[in-house]
Structure formats: structure tokens, C-alpha cells
Design a protein around this ligand. Structure first.
Ligand SMILES: NC(=O)c1ccc[n+]([C@@H]2O[C@H](COP(=O)([O-])OP(=O)(O)OC[C@H]3O[C@@H](n4cnc5c(N)ncnc54)[C@H](O)[C@@H]3O)[C@@H](O)[C@H]2O)c1
Length: 560
């Protein structure tokens, strides 16, 4: 799993030990990598390797039941967790930015994000407009590591999309890989092509090489009706290349960033103000705009853009988790479950796809109406997964599944391994999930009881998984929305076909999903209350504190 994160076909800057997201590191330097490989090659099943932000502290005696590796990345004393602190302490070599699946050895290339983006765009189109996705226009920015999945996901979801990318190299790379269909440096040509595809209801994707703000402003001038709008530039890292200012080329911007960082910051903030102004104009014209988990709303507010609502308290626009991913997926326990066939054999992946499909179809037959659409989308995804040629690097698959689905699929894999039908399988998930991540501007942005600024859930999750059978666990500061803005964790679990593996997977996966559902239910999210009550009926040993909802009329008429 470490080698896959650093494979030149997979990683963004493998020579710098960076997997994705601009600064998502596996190690801080190559000495750490070599030492880690040495420890892994000689350790026993009664030792655990402890990793401090890429630094292998060493092998400590433990037990067979314990995780083989425990990973922490970027853990800071809270008062020292500002972006500038990261620059300083990373330069000192004492901490690193692990993103989510970079420093936790669970990255599976762009496939993971394609699935999540497809679900988001599809549901945004369903929810925010009448009719299906056909002929709807989706406009966004970024053709980088993760953001490069947007055009492909747009095609799978069935919409027409334009994605702006300032770096010509990144845009051409995605075009050559077949992840985006058309490419142009002209705003007008991009718009004209999109209008034509819309008229013919053809799901096609267009890359516009240039600044996203130029595209938005031209759309306002031409009064184009956009159905869905978003942004996936790297605004979690605005001053060091995550977001590029308007009116300058990519090269000029990079030079200013290095030689005149103060002026660069001013230009970024001016650009963000214009960016939001153009988006606001298109929203008045009927566009549905959502933050795509890249700190767009947060950084726009810091830049003084008109991004707050009338009271100045809340952002004008929702995050994709508030409107879509939270209530439709996370609150029911659906999240980015994934597996990797350790044999590296594509035939094993085909067999696991078939097993997962059969399990999901069986569960669909008895699924309550509340989750049938999610199940249906995921069955369609797994059926088309091979055809969509999503594997880059290891033979891996992502599939949104709930607690029951994850356990049933994992159990069936373990049985197939025991029967010699497939080789061992590594289970895991993105940190961006039901329980793994506390992030008030992303994963937990649909939690409204005030607890979205706490990180107990993510910490409980990693501790809980570690003693229920995970092969390795990790907990990170930063990832997605930025250093100091999120705590996220995950696990890896090796299935080897043994009875022990079956016991571990049942125990750990149940906790790994239901920890988050319980917390979401306690925050009074109705979908999560439904899901946890259903799980308690299935699992008598599970006893969760559920909220007793107060009748609003009683509450509002209290006489003090
Ligand atoms: N929603 C999710 O599930 C999710 C998942 C992963 C990453 N993210 C977030 O999305 C962001 C992008 O991730 P990534 O891995 O693609 O990063 P990346 O840095 O590889 O890609 C961002 C791209 O945006 C381009 N860009 C920057 N400013 C621009 C501008 N003004 N106009 C046009 N293009 C511009 C850059 O050239 C770059 O290629 C990050 O903030 C990341 O944390 C969200």
C-alpha cells in the first residue's frame, strides 16, 4: 500500500514523496522511507511500528491482536496549528501534511474521487432541477490530482461540463488520458461547445485552459444559464500555488509567488472577490452553487468577498456535504468503502466486483425505501466499474456501502479467500467518511448542534478501530480543507481467509460506521436516527443514546 502511494503512475510528485493534493505526504524524506521498509521487512506479529508524521519511531512489543502499524500525521498542540505553523514545523522536519489517504497508505488513484464526484453531481442534478441530468450544464475549476475527476464524473452522471484549469500541462494531461473530451483556450469556444452539447443532450466534458474567473465573468456577460456550479482549486492552500490570480499567466504567478508573496496574496484575494461576484450573479440567474470541500467559502470570506448571507453569520452557499453527501449518504452510513486485491491480479478484482454486486443486489431486495436510491446508484456503479477503466496502480475498487453492505461484502471476500478463489484482500476507506472525519466545513458541516467544531468522533474512531482488529490505523490533522481545520482518521485491514479475520471484520466494520451514525443521530439528524435505530434492532449488543425530540411548539411556548 505504501509502494502504491508512491508509484510514479499514481503519485503527483513521487520524487518528493507527495501522493496528491499538492502537499499530501507519505514521508518527509527518503531516509524515513528506507528505514520504514527495513522495519516492515523484519517485524514480527507481536510488534507494532509507530509512525510519527512519516518518521518511524520504531518497533514496540505488542500482541497479535494489536494493529501492526499506528500512524499519526500533523498532530499539533492546538494553539500551534495555523497554516504558518505548518510551513515552519514542516521545514524543521518534525511534522508533515498527510492529507487523508496519502499519509495513511490508502490512496487508490483518481477512482475514489470519481465515484464520490459522480454521486454528488448526479444527486445535485436530481435535487436542484426538474428532470434528469441530461442536458444540464455543470461548471467548475481544477484538473489536478483529485479535481481532474470532475469531467469524467460529469460524463458518468450524464451532464455537460466545463472545467477551467490554469495550468496547461495539467489540462493536456487529463485530455491525453481521456478524462476530459474537448480542450480549448477560448472562453467563448468552451461556452459555444457546451451549448451545442446541451441542445443535443450529449454528456460531454470540456476543459477550458485559463482562469476560472475569466470563464465565470464571460458567462455573466453572455447571460448563460448554468445549472450546477462548484470549484475544486486547491484553496486549502491559497498562498503556495493552490489558487491562481486573474490577469496573470501560470508562469508569471509562480514567479510572483516566490519573489513577492505579499503582492501575490493581495492578487489572490482580489481574484476571490471577483470570483464570488460572478458566481453570485449566476446564482441569481438560477444556478445551484456548492462548495466542494476545498475551503472555497472559508477563503472567500477571509478575502472579504460577498459570500456571507444577509445576517453575516452563515455562508450564502452550502457545502456539498450539507446538501447532498451528508443527508443522503453519511447519515445512513453510506461511505467510500474500498478494497485492494493484494495479489495484484486483475482477475481477482473482477471476482470481487461480481461478489460485491451479488451481495448488494441481495440487500437491495430487502432494503427500506429510505436507502433504495443509494443502493441502486451503487449497484449501477459496480456493474459499470470495469468498463469505466478506473484502475490506476493497484487492483482496487471503491464502492459506497453502508454498515450492513460493508460487512456482508467483506465476509463474502473472506470466504472466497478461504476457498482459494481469490488472494488476500486489503480493506479500507477514505477518511472522508461517516465516522472518520471531523471537519466543520466539510464532512461534519451537516451537523448543527454545535459539535461540528469538536473532534471527539474522529479520535474515538481511530482508537475504537485499533482494538477491534484493524491491521493499521491512522489519525491526521489537515487533509482536504487544510491544516488546523480538520481531524481525520482511517484504517487498513488485511483479510486472509481466516476465522480470526472474519471475527475482526464484523466487529470493526460495525463500529467503524456506526460510531459516526450514533454521533450524527445524537446531533438530531433524522436520517441518522433512522439508521441507528435500524442497526440496534439488527444488533442487540448495540445500545446507543438516542435523542428524544422535543415538540417545537412546546419548546417555543415555554414560559420562563
Ligand atoms: N470534495 C472532495 O471529496 C475532495 C476530495 C479531494 C480533494 N478535495 C479538495 O479539492 C481541492 C483540489 O484537490 P486536487 O488534488 O485536485 O489539487 P490540485 O492542486 O492537484 O489541483 C487543483 C488545480 O486547480 C488549478 N487552479 C488553481 N487556481 C485556479 C484558477 N484560478 N483557475 C483555474 N484553475 C486553477 C491548479 O492549477 C490545479 O491544477 C483541494 O483543496 C482538495 O483538498 C476535495
Amino acid at each position: 500500500m505504501i509502494q502504491n502511494n508512491l508509484d510514479p503512475a499514481v503519485a503527483q510528485h513521487p520524487e518528493e514523496l507527495i501522493t496528491y493534493g499538492g502537499n499530501g505526504a507519505v514521508f518527509q524524506n527518503w531516509a524515513q522511507y528506507l528505514l520504514t521498509m527495513k522495519y516492515l521487512s523484519e517485524m514480527t506479529e507481536e510488534q507494532t511500528l509507530h509512525m510519527y508524521s512519516g518518521h518511524p519511531m520504531g518497533l514496540f512489543p505488542s500482541s497479535k491482536e494489536a494493529p501492526r502499524v499506528v500512524v499519526t500525521n500533523g498532530m499539533m498542540i492546538p494553539n500551534y496549528s495555523q497554516p504558518d505553523d505548518w510551513e515552519k514545523f514542516n521545514a524543521l522536519g518534525v511534522t508533515q501534511y498527510g492529507q487523508m489517504t496519502a499519509g495513511s497508505y490508502m490512496y487508490i488513484g483518481p477512482q475514489g474521487i470519481v465515484h464520490g464526484t459522480t454521486i454528488t453531481v448526479l444527486n445535485a442534478a436530481r435535487m436542484k432541477s426538474s428532470g434528469g441530468p441530461e442536458g444540464k450544464l455543470f461548471v467548475t475549476a481544477g484538473l489536478g490530482g483529485m479535481s481532474g475527476a470532475q469531467p469524467k464524473a460529469g460524463n458518468i452522471a450524464g451532464v455537460v461540463s466545463i472545467t477551467a484549469e490554469i495550468n496547461p500541462k495539467a489540462a493536456y494531461k487529463r485530455h491525453e488520458q481521456g478524462w476530459v473530451d474537448e480542450i480549448t483556450s477560448s472562453t467563448d469556444e468552451a461556452i459555444d461547445m457546451a451549448l451545442e452539447f446541451q441542445a443535443n443532450k450529449r454528456a460531454r466534458s470540456i476543459a477550458y485552459i485559463g482562469n476560472i474567473v475569466d470563464l465565470w465573468e464571460r458567462m455573466v456577460e453572455r447571460n448563460v444559464h448554468v445549472d450546477l456550479g462548484s470549484d475544486q482549486t486547491s484553496l486549502h492552500n491559497p498562498w503556495a500555488g493552490g489558487y491562481y490570480p486573474q490577469g496573470m499567466s501560470y508562469e508569471e504567478s509562480n514567479e510572483m509567488m516566490a519573489n513577492n508573496p505579499d503582492e501575490f496574496k493581495v492578487r489572490i484575494q482580489e481574484t476571490l472577490k471577483r470570483h464570488v461576484k460572478a458566481v453570485n450573479a449566476l446564482v441569481e440567474n438560477g444556478m445551484y452553487f456548492f462548495d466542494y470541500g476545498n475551503a472555497f467559502l472559508l477563503e472567500s470570506s477571509r478575502a472579504g468577498a460577498e459570500i456571507m448571507d444577509e445576517d453575516g453569520e452563515l455562508f450564502r452557499y452550502p457545502s456539498y456535504v450539507q446538501d447532498i453527501m451528508g443527508p443522503m449518504c453519511f447519515d445512513y452510513g453510506f461511505g467510500p468503502f474500498r478494497w485492494v486485491c493484494a495479489s495484484g491480479d486483475g482477475a481477482d478484482l473482477d471476482k470481487t466486483d461480481a461478489i460485491a454486486q451479488e451481495i448488494l443486489e441481495g440487500l437491495m431486495a430487502k432494503a427500506p425505501k429510505e436507502i433504495r436510491e443509494q443502493m441502486d446508484d451503487n449497484i449501477r456503479w459496480i456493474k459499470g466499474a470495469k468498463e469505466n477503466k478506473l484502475v490506476v496502480g493497484s487492483q482496487a475498487r471503491i464502492l459506497y456501502a453502508d454498515s450492513e453492505g460493508r460487512i456482508e461484502i467483506a465476509r463474502a471476500f473472506n470466504k472466497a479467500i478461504a476457498a482459494g478463489e481469490i488472494g488476500p484482500v486489503v480493506l479500507g476507506r477514505d477518511h472522508h467518511d461517516v465516522s472518520g472525519t471531523d471537519s466543520p466545513y466539510r464532512e461534519t458541516s451537516n451537523i448543527y448542534d454545535g459539535s461540528s467544531f469538536t473532534a471527539d468522533m474522529a479520535i474515538q474512531n481511530v482508537i475504537g478501530d485499533s482494538f477491534r482488529g484493524a491491521t493499521w490505523v491512522s489519525i491526521h490533522n489537515g487533509g482536504g480543507v487544510g491544516w488546523g481545520e480538520v481531524i481525520n482518521g482511517g484504517f487498513g485491514m488485511l483479510l486472509d481467509g481466516s476465522d480470526e479475520a472474519e471475527r475482526k471484520l464484523e466487529n470493526m466494520l460495525l463500529y467503524d460506521v456506526n460510531n459516526g451514525i450514533a454521533r450524527r443521530s445524537w446531533a438530531r439528524n433524522k436520517e441518522a436516527i433512522f439508521a441507528i435505530e435500524r442497526e440496534m434492532q439488527r444488533t442487540p449488543n448495540l445500545k446507543v443514546t438516542v435523542p428524544k425530540l422535543v415538540d417545537k411548539n412546546v419548546l417555543n411556548n415555554l414560559d420562563f
